[in-house]
Ligand binder design. Structure first.
Ligand SMILES: Nc1ncnc2c1ncn2[C@@H]1O[C@H](COP(=O)(O)OP(=O)(O)O)[C@@H](O)[C@H]1O
Ligand SMILES: [Mg+2]
Length: 358
């Protein structure tokens, strides 16, 4: 289904939960609705489903306005975070439920449920009750149940939020693969940026009821258009750019956002001083599993950088050099990616610590 949303508004009393949200979603793609809790993601999803009506604005399914069409006629599948399965029904009966409601024939139900069990990797478990399934398996049953009546649009509201981290990670790739196979237009809500990046073809970042940016995960990572997106996506820190070598031209900006992967640090032998680098002192060393994260102080500011485990270990108090390759300059409501202007002349210096550190 091709989905168009135009200037959608929704208030609860005086509180504006959704402010002029507009977007278009292509048929068959997986869209991530990403943003912090309370941002308005569920409200948008509920309006798409017809469980909540917009104060103004329009929703179109394949070009047809559906504002006044009740939920059961919208042909939508829904999976919630805690979409409790029917506890007294087996996996089979849960999946078959919507088909029975639609008075499908026995033969049709049988072949459809069998197909879905296979699709979600639960063949052989159809006789189990929800309490005999793991959390991840239960969500896969919920997913099969939502898909059973062949909806044209699938809405997933933080479907993995209640699961533990490992299962959640496994289900992400499973979900992406399965949706691709089924080819159904899907909106996936999450507050977890990593989950959004892994799962979604395209991401919409929602903050305080507003759509901040829509783009592919890479577009949003590389070209965040607002300070909020730049700071929400990936690990970030705010610094003052003016006093840093290579960024003096941007002294008028109060704030800039730096990601650890924009920064190299090295001992003097690894990263010789240059016009582009700063002298810095190591303050803290954090072991992050597959790399170190080093907090240094440079030009009177605290800055975080990643460092490869392959390089010599650093200790608090060590003198190092710091090279900030680029940063996102905050200019009011927008951001701009700027490169270290002194770097061109010192390319040779940075080779020593690159590679392993990112
Ligand atoms: N039925 C409601 N009545 C009053 N306030 C609501 C209602 N539904 C949501 N809200 C408020 O709207 C805001 C957005 O909520 P929600 O859409 O659930 O955000 P998210 O899903 O991004 O966490 C929240 O502050 C929430 O308290
Ligand atoms: Mg929500």
């Amino acid at each position: 289904m091709q989905l168009t949303v135009s200037k959608l508004q929704k208030s609860f009393g005086a509180f504006e939960a959704c402010k002029e949200v507009s977007f278009e979603l292509e048929q068959g793609k997986l869209f991530g609705l990403l943003g912090p809790s309370g941002g308005g993601k569920t409200t948008i999803l509920r309006m798409l489903a017809g469980l909540e009506y917009p104060d103004s604005g329009d929703i179109y399914f394949n070009g047809k306005r559906v504002n006044n069409i009740p939920p059961q006629q919208r042909n939508i599948g829904f999976v919630f975070q805690n979409y409790a399965l029917f506890r007294h029904m087996t996996a089979w009966d849960n999946i078959a439920f919507g088909l029975k409601l639609r008075k499908k024939s026995k033969a049709e139900i049988k072949s459809r449920v069998q197909h879905l069990l296979e699709l979600v990797g639960l063949s052989g478990m159809e006789k189990r009750y929800p309490h005999q399934l793991s959390g991840g398996q239960r969500q896969r049953v919920a997913f099969a149940r939502a898909l059973a009546p062949e909806p044209e649009l699938l809405l997933l509201d933080e479907p993995f939020a209640a699961l533990d981290a490992k299962v959640r990670r496994e289900l992400r790739s499973w979900l992406k693969e399965t949706i691709n196979r089924v080819g159904i237009t899907t909106v996936f809500v999450t507050h977890d940026q990593e989950e959004a990046v892994e799962v979604a073809d395209e991401i919409m970042v929602i903050h305080q009821g507003k759509l901040e940016q829509k783009g592919t995960p890479l577009e949003i990572y590389h070209y965040p258009q607002t300070p909020f997106v730049a700071s929400f996506f990936g690990e970030t820190q705010f610094i003052r750019p003016g006093g840093l070598k290579g960024f003096q031209a941007y002294a008028s900006a109060d704030q800039a956002i730096v990601r650890p992967e924009f920064v190299d640090i090295g001992l003097i032998t690894e990263l010789p001083p240059s016009a582009a680098s700063e002298k810095a002192k190591v303050r803290q060393v954090y072991f992050r599993g597959n790399h170190y994260q080093i907090e240094v102080e440079a030009a009177g500011q605290k800055i975080l950088a990643n460092r490869s485990l392959e390089l010599p270990e650093l200790q608090p108090g060590d003198d190092v050099n710091l090279l900030i390759h680029r940063l996102h300059l905050c200019e009011g409501e927008t951001t701009r990616l700027v490169e270290n202007q002194n770097k061109k002349n010192s390319q040779a210096n940075i080779l020593a610590v690159q590679g392993g550190a990112r």
